[in-house]
Design a protein around this ligand. Structure first.
Ligand code: M6R
Length: 607
């Protein structure tokens, strides 16, 4: 959370900083700010709220300078205000920070004892004040930054700029990602390659504990022990990092529409050329070697894991535990012998998931991950990282990353089924053939957009909603409820259909829409009974099913939406489309901020 950027440029840097921040705004939008060296002196502009407020401010109060740093904030310490907005400055140093300095109270006390007061409520100002203190003792800018970084506990990506140092930025990383971009007589720092994509395609990712001393023509990196570190300069595919809405009103709409293409890409990457085998591109992964699988993630990625549990258990007979990373990391669960641990994360930087991975390091037989960002910490710390090939996902609500995660997890479950001799050749061929047809089937579902939009207008009138699903549709119900609440702010809860009568049925009245996700599978009749129980109590059922399901259910539902038919094993991937489009159109109808919903950020790098 929070995006940071730094530029040592040839020209005025304020527009470049703002453009890079625009590309990082998905990481937080509580405030934004930049600092530049204006005639060798640090000067700042900061504004509360979205980046557009900072851009407006800069129109009236431009900020000259060819060296600068910038920040877009997701507030942790201190309310969103101009005072608490980054960059924070103390005398000759300005700093931007992503992460949390966990020992900032002790450091604040140390400063207070020395008679140094804070002006803000942030942990970051403490860093700036400490650097100033060290510089006042005669340390150079670099020495002071190193001395202070040495004292910090917690997570940080930091970028410093100093009075009178036109050709110097100092960047440091621990627990939060940071990239250096190599230009031609220019140098850049950014929270991710997306921020730097229009500026350069040559990127160096800092490793845990690295400190980089950056000038316009050089980067000198030292590792956590202070030794010179040689970090690779990678050529990134800037096209993949390009961020635009491609004519759509919102990133979320664009990302929903992209799903047939990106799922197709994921399939292409994990299927043999003729499409008849699951083909892992990296070193072999043999599920016959494991007795248990532990799946860990947060949010939508956690729901992908819940879905995968059904697949691994039913198709491959492999017992699976699924955990929310923030619970798993502190529960200290025993990891049975021969357990493979698999972490799922779009960003690959989610702090809780990363901590859970580190807990499993040395305990689990193998650490696997399914990520969207291949250079992320979770990918780099795994024995085997499988990219989902979704491309940059900017909308805070996860859509295409979810369906690509599901696709890769299903392919892994099929691989496990094959490795463990649990699937017949015919069934494997059938499922792979259905998977190959999935992009086209999703396209057909996307064509029903008008129906989802019409339904969403009615859903938008509700204050609460329930989502129900059984078996593979239960995690999907959870995902549907999460999508709706996070972008439309309608309170939504999901239950396994069979749980309704154990309590939640008390909530049913004429005002309560109940979204039932139920293709005509082996459990359909049971779900229809639960649906009848809702309708008998005056509840309004929105049934999402296929044609045989719609026929079998009769016409009693409030609204019935009919999706294309698909092998029930693949239904969670297809039924993600109505979950996403209903939430999207409801949010649009309510006029909420679809891509940047309140209080949220895309990449959750704090606890
Ligand atoms: O980057 P990750 O996949 O690790 O993120 C996990 C969650 O923060 C994320 O899925 C979140 O729940 C989304 N906003 C849901 O749409």
């Amino acid at each position: 959370m929070c995006g940071i950027v730094g530029v040592l440029g040839k020209h005025e840097v304020a527009p470049t900083l703002v453009e890079a921040l625009r590309r990082l705004e998905y990481r937080g939008y509580d405030s934004a700010g930049i600092a530049t060296l204006n005639d060798g002196r640090l000067d700042r502009r900061r504004a509360v709220g979205k980046l557009v407020n900072l851009s407006d401010l800069l129109v009236h109060e431009p900020l000259p300078g060819k060296a600068g740093i910038g920040h877009t904030r997701w507030a942790t310490h201190g309310a969103p205000s101009v005072t608490n907005a980054h960059p924070h400055q103390a005398g000759p140093v300005a700093v931007v920070h992503n992460g949390i300095i966990e020992n900032y109270r002790d450091l604040r006390a140390e400063l207070a004892e020395a008679g140094i007061a804070h002006e803000t409520d942030t942990d970051t100002e403490t860093v700036a004040l400490l650097v100033r203190m060290h510089m006042e003792k005669g340390e150079s800018a670099e020495e002071a930054a190193r001395s202070v970084i040495d004292k910090l506990d917690g997570a940080y990506a930091l970028c410093f700029l100093f009075d009178g140092e036109e050709d110097l930025m100092i960047a440091a990383r621990k627990g939060s990602p940071l990239a250096i971009g190599h230009g031609d007589g220019e140098m850049f720092v950014g929270s991710d390659a997306i921020a730097l994509a229009p500026l350069t395609d040559r990127i160096t990712y800092l490793e845990e504990g690295d400190i980089a001393v950056v000038t316009r023509t050089s980067v000198v990196i030292t590792d956590r022990y202070g030794n010179a570190a040689n970090r690779e300069v990678r050529k990134i595919q800037t096209a993949k990092a390009m961020v635009d809405k491609a004519g759509h009103k919102h990133f979320m709409a664009k990302e929903i529409a992209e799903q047939p293409t990106v799922i197709g890409e994921a399939l292409q990457n994990y299927l043999s050329d003729d499409g008849t085998r699951v083909d892992l591109p990296q070193e072999a992964l043999n599920f016959a070697a494991y007795d248990r699988l532990s799946l860990v993630a947060c949010g939508t990625a956690y729901y992908a894991c819940l879905t995968a549990k059904y697949w691994f258990e039913q198709l491959a007979g492999l017992p699976v535990d699924v955990d929310i990373a923030s619970e798993f990391r502190y529960r200290e669960p025993p990891i049975p012998q021969n357990t493979a641990a698999l972490f799922v994360s779009q960003s690959g930087e989610t702090a809780d998931t990363l901590a859970a991975l580190r807990y499993c390091d040395g305990r689990a037989a193998r650490i696997l991950s399914v990520v969207n960002v291949s250079e992320s910490s979770i990918a780099r710390e795994s024995d085997l990282a499988l990219p989902i090939h979704a491309g940059a996902e900017i909308g805070v609500a996860s859509t295409k990353a979810f369906t690509c995660q599901l696709t890769v997890l299903l392919l892994l479950a099929l691989k496990a089924a094959g490795d463990r001799g649990m699937i017949t050749t015919e069934r494997m061929a059938d499922l792979l053939s259905a998977l190959r047809g999935l992009p086209a089937t999703i396209n057909n579902a996307l064509e029903l957009d008008g129906d989802f939009k019409k339904t969403a207008r009615r859903l938008a009138e509700a204050d609460n909603a329930l989502f129900l699903g059984r078996g593979l549709m239960f995690p999907l119900a959870l995902e549907g409820a999460l999508k709706l609440k996070e972008i439309s702010y309608i309170h939504a809860e999901a239950y396994a259909s069979g749980e309704l009568k154990h309590g939640p049925i008390a909530l049913i009245d004429k005002k309560m829409p109940v979204v039932v996700m139920a293709p005509k599978d082996a459990l359909f009749d049971k779900t229809v009974s639960n649906m009848q129980e809702v309708m008998a109590r005056g509840g309004k059922v929105l049934l999402i099913t296929d044609r045989p399901g719609a026929e079998a259910a009769g016409g009693d539902a409030w609204i019935t939406l009919t999706l294309p038919q698909i092998d029930p094993v693949l239904s969670p991937i297809l039924y993600a489309i109505p979950a996403q489009l209903l939430a999207y159109h409801t949010a649009v109808a309510k006029g909420t901020d679809v891509d940047q919903p309140r209080n949220l950020a895309k990449s959750v790098t704090v606890e």
